[in-house]
Design a protein around this ligand. Sequence first.
Ligand code: NAD
Length: 260
Amino acid sequence: MKLKDKVCMVTGAASGIGREIALTFAREGGKVAIADLALDAARATAAQIAASGGLAMGVAMNVADEAQVNAGVAQVARAWGGVDVLVSNAGIQIVHPLEEFPFADWKKLLAIHLDGAFLTTRACLPHMYASGRGGSVIYMGSVHSKEASVLKAAYVTAKHGLIGLAKVVAKEGAKRGVRANVICPGFVRTPLVDKQIPEQAKALGISEAGVIKNVMLKETVDGEFTTTQDVAQIALLFAAFPSNALTGQSLVVSHGWFMQ
Ligand code: NAD
């Protein structure tokens, strides 16, 4: 029970990687707030956790909306007495060649990834400071926090930005025991990636199998997707790590696609 009684907020946890992190944290004794645009799906995950003896709640939240973020974090803190762990995970992907990238799509992607990370961090930090216990802030970066790919100007920019934010939170939070780190997964088979496969096939003029083999997994050491469970184990490590020894870091979990 590495997270016994810790209050954990995971954004974008109604699906994919966030959902797996929520399930993992609940198994480790955490009280898990599943914050997502998709409230019904968030509540379904919370019900699944409750059915296996854990504690969870679904929270309606657009992470790019200041008022919704503040209200959602306040709701969780009121219910469970604070917030100990934040996983800022909600994200989307939009691909276009740079010279055609619609400004509205650029702004939408940056708002969800960067405004969302900023707003949720700003709302959770006072609770971590007030408790005297500190806390752990975890950002869902990507190999694209370190590397670039064609068609992904907005995503690569946003994911690089999260590393800067984590370093500032690590410095500002240290005195009060708040740590901040970034997880950088390679491709994980979730709805976000399933949507990209036909889009990239069309944009690059190759088959869908070709996108998987020659674009997504080409640089891995073994041609394998990273799994949601792989990423959830790294999130658990960062969430439960007990000191400032591990802060301001970014850890790549990608079957060797990117090596530091
Ligand atoms: P997913 O599409 O399965 O899940 C994303 C979740 O975020 C959904 O439940 C969606 O409703 C929610 N969401 C989207 N916009 C939101 C908003 N404005 N406010 C609140 N919730 C919102 O995607 P995933 O693959 O699990 O991705 C999760 C995170 O992992 C993202 O930040 C993504 O960039 C990152 N990531 C994914 C991969 C991958 O290969 N799947 C690799 C590296 C990083």
